[in-house]
Design a protein around this ligand. Structure first.
Ligand code: ADP
Ligand code: ZN
Length: 737
């Protein structure tokens, strides 16, 4: 190497630490041949061996007084991080207040040390168990009953089936009644090996116009972002496929990002049927071993197409030409822990660095993206018609204020019950949808349907058990629970918070003969559960499927003729300025699940707020009308896309200390506030306590995102949190609970 001119060589290494800086190490003679930017190296840091990534090589000796350690070992034979990924990671680290080393760590899949899974079995024989049962508590009994009929179960599966926490399990292990074994996990990749082949369709006029635009930019190898808006079934995916054809013809690679919880098998199959083995898959439900194989295929250029969830944005392409972000409005694209990047925005940066084309596709684009298209930052492409002309389902609202008797505990109106019954009789299938799992309680007047809003921030007030009061979690404003509804003056204010499990119980009670299944986040944590339930539902051996947003997307079962939305208001009453947008998206998507075959579909939406414009526009599936209305609200209250936000979260064990530190930070912010940014809070987060840690937040608002960076960086120069406080910064936050 040409740096071997007798001088000592040094490298800059970034480590997976919170601090965003690099550390200098000297290179021992025997390693000089091996070092290269983008390779991982083993170093000693605070007397521990750590892995880091080499980001620079130089021969400038560090200051005399600095003690420089030597590199211990070089991990990789070839660089694992390309210069382009180094740049992307650096951008993400700086933009999202993470560290370069931490982001780089997420670029490389961790090699699986062992892919063994924890299994549970009985530690004593069945007869002994039966004798013991009387002495045990309920949870422990449930565990043993399940093990009596399933002698060997994965721990996660067992906990799920028994609906218990870890602690009864631990007790039973301690007493020797059950035991743990570690067994090799099967390779859980389910993609069918035999995929039908498919040919490109002759495009409709609309599709052709859109594809021509994309192809022009792909041909020119220019950076450009397109927003492709089209209802489900309008042929977006077909456009992706044909644009990718073009990319491959140019000898380049394409990345297709899909939301994490999407129904990947279907997407996977469509791509494999067109491109065969030229497709790599990266998402959380494939094994680490497989992930590693796929990663190396991409890096060696053995595949042209990669389909993956959020973290696939770090796939090691050699020659990227196109990035598709399907369902670009999905919130799962934003990572909710460090590094808190948004995969859509990172995709746009990556495309910029590589002169690639980006397609953001959605039936219901985010307000931010629509606004960018309107401003001319993105090129707008529109598909207004369905390719195959199945009719849109009929959507009806059920006004719960009239339909549910006041004292009744049920949430399933008589009309919905009747509709379900009809489906069961006709052997058709039903989907029941609850916008989210039961969660932080909110308050609603069951007479007029309105929930209480903060007068300053216009977000729903949340009920705090501890204060027995309502709180705005943006500004901290505290309000009493009024005895009368401020809108209709009725005394019918009620606490809400109902989850999918409760609905499942109720459906079982109402329709004991029906085959019922539930799908929500808790269930999909188990491997194969999602695929399992979906394939059963596809085959028709489940009559009623109950679920959260997971079932809102992608499901395409012709025999589903009824979709019931249990309570549209749940997502509406979340204290989040995006609540309307989220509700509209969910309702539009879930409505699209009904009547996808020859049978006509019906959608029943239960709500206490039938007049709400996001519900009204969802009934008519009128995205543009919703957008026009919602964008006015955002402008009026100066929320994104008219402003940019940063959420600064403080966590710690002692509540008063957390608040105190948050206040110190706020003071420092105020001192540095040369551009008059809005500083809201500190106030307790909606989820004010997690794992016995108290949480406070400060919300910053600015017209320009660089001002947010400036003020925070300046503040961090003079304020560092003490060790017992965890400080997190979330730029362009999506989840602000
Ligand atoms: P989207 O991604 O917008 O939901 P798809 O691309 O999946 O739409 O198209 C919907 C259906 O129509 C699919 O079954 C697809 O194979 C089919 N399709 C798409 N484009 C055409 C076309 N030009 N001619 C015939 N069928 C098409
Ligand atoms: Zn407020």
């Amino acid at each position: 190497m040409d740096h071997l001119n007798g001088k000592k060589t040094f490298v800059g290494v970034v480590l997976s630490l919170k601090v965003n800086k690099s550390f200098t190490y000297s290179v021992p003679k025997e390693l000089e041949e091996e070092i290269a930017i983008g390779k991982r190296a083993l170093v000693s840091f605070r007397n521990r061996k750590c892995q880091g990534c080499i980001i620079e090589i130089h021969q400038t000796p560090p200051p005399e007084n600095l003690k420089i350690k030597e590199l211990i070992e070089i991990v990789d034979q070839e660089p694992v991080i390309t210069p382009e990924l180094l740049k992307l990671a650096k951008w993400i680290a700086n933009y999202y207040f993470s560290s370069w080393g931490m982001v780089l760590k997420s670029c490389i899949p961790t090699l699986s040390k062992s892919n063994k899974e924890k299994y549970i079995s009985l530690g004593i024989n069945q007869e002994e168990v039966k004798l013991l049962l009387k002495e045990l508590n309920k949870a422990q009994k449930r565990i043993l009953h399940i093990l009596l009929s399933n002698p060997l179960l994965k721990e996660k599966e067992l906990l799920y089936q028994a609906e218990v926490s870890n602690s009864p399990l631990k007790t039973l292990v301690r007493k020797g009644i059950i035991k743990i074994t570690y067994l090799q996990e099967q390779n859980i990749l389910t993609s069918s090996s035999k995929v039908k082949t498919s040919q490109p369709f002759l495009l409709t006029d609309e599709q052709r116009v859109a594809l021509e635009q994309l192809n022009k930019s792909i041909e020119k190898e220019e950076f450009k972002v397109f927003l492709l808006q089209g209802i489900t079934g309008s042929g977006k995916t077909e456009i992706y496929l044909q644009a990718i054809n073009k990319v491959i013809a140019k000898g380049k690679q394409a990345l297709v990002l899909i939301p994490e919880i999407s129904l990947t098998p279907q997407m996977e199959e469509r791509f494999k049927s067109r491109f065969g083995e030229n497709v790599a898959i990266l998402h959380s439900r494939i094994s680490l071993k497989k992930k590693n194989e796929e990663w190396h295929k991409i890096k060696k250029g053995q595949v042209s197409i990669t389909i993956g969830a959020r973290s696939a944005i770090f796939a090691p392409f050699l020659n990227l030409g196109l990035i598709v972000v399907d369902e670009e409005h999905e919130r799962t694209y934003k990572q909710d822990h460090n590094p808190r990047y948004h995969a859509r925005d990172a995709a746009i940066m990556r495309a910029k660095f590589t002169s690639s084309v980006v397609v953001l596709g959605s039936a219901t684009p985010s307000l931010e993206s629509l606004y960018n298209a309107q401003k001319g930052k993105y090129d707008y492409l529109r598909l207004s018609y369905r390719v195959k002309d199945f009719s849109l389902p009929e959507v009806k609202l059920i006004d719960l204020r009239k339909e549910i008797p006041e004292k009744s505990k049920t949430l399933i109106s008589f009309k919905l019950q009747k509709a379900i019954k009809e489906r069961l009789e006709r052997r058709e299938q039903t989907i029941l949808f609850l916008n989210r799992r039961g969660f932080s309680p909110y308050i609603l007047c069951v007479s007029c349907g309105k929930s209480l809003l903060c007068e300053y921030c216009n977000v729903t007030l949340t009920y705090h058990l501890k204060d027995k009061a309502l709180r705005c979690h943006y500004c901290g404003n505290l309000a009493e629970i009024p005895s009368l509804c401020p809108y209709c003056k009725n005394k019918k204010i009620k606490l809400f918070g109902s989850g999918t499990e409760k609905i499942e119980k109720e459906i079982n009670r109402l329709f004991p003969q029906a085959k019922v299944a539930r799908l929500d986040i808790d269930i999909t944590k188990k491997k194969n559960a999602l695929e399992d339930i979906l394939s059963k539902f596809n085959q028709g051996s489940i009559d009623i499927l109950i679920g959260t947003q997971i079932i809102a997307k992608g499901l395409d079962v012709p025999n589903v003729t009824l979709v019931g939305v249990i309570l549209a208001d749940t997502s509406l009453n979340i204290p989040d300025f995006r609540a309307s947008e989220h509700t509209f998206n969910l309702l539009t998507q879930v409505a699209g699940r009904a009547g996808r075959g020859d049978l006509k579909g019906e959608v029943l939406i239960q709500t206490y707020n039938p007049e709400q414009f996001c519900i009204q526009t969802a009934v008519n599936q009128d995205c543009n009308l919703f957008y026009q209305e919602e964008i006015k609200n955002r402008e009026e209250l100066d929320y994104p896309p008219f402003s940019r936000l940063a959420n600064i979260i403080f966590q710690g064990k002692i509540e008063s200390k957390v608040e105190e530190e948050a206040l110190k930070f706020q003071k420092t912010l105020k001192n540095n506030n040369f551009f008059d940014l809005k500083i809201l809070g500190p106030s307790p987060c909606v989820i004010s306590k997690v794992k016995s840690k108290y949480r406070f937040q400060i919300l910053l608002k600015s017209k320009k995102v660089f001002l947010l960076h400036q003020i925070i960086n300046k503040t961090l120069e003079s304020y560092q949190p003490p060790a017992f406080i965890k400080l997190e910064i979330d730029i362009d936050p999506i989840f602000m609970l």
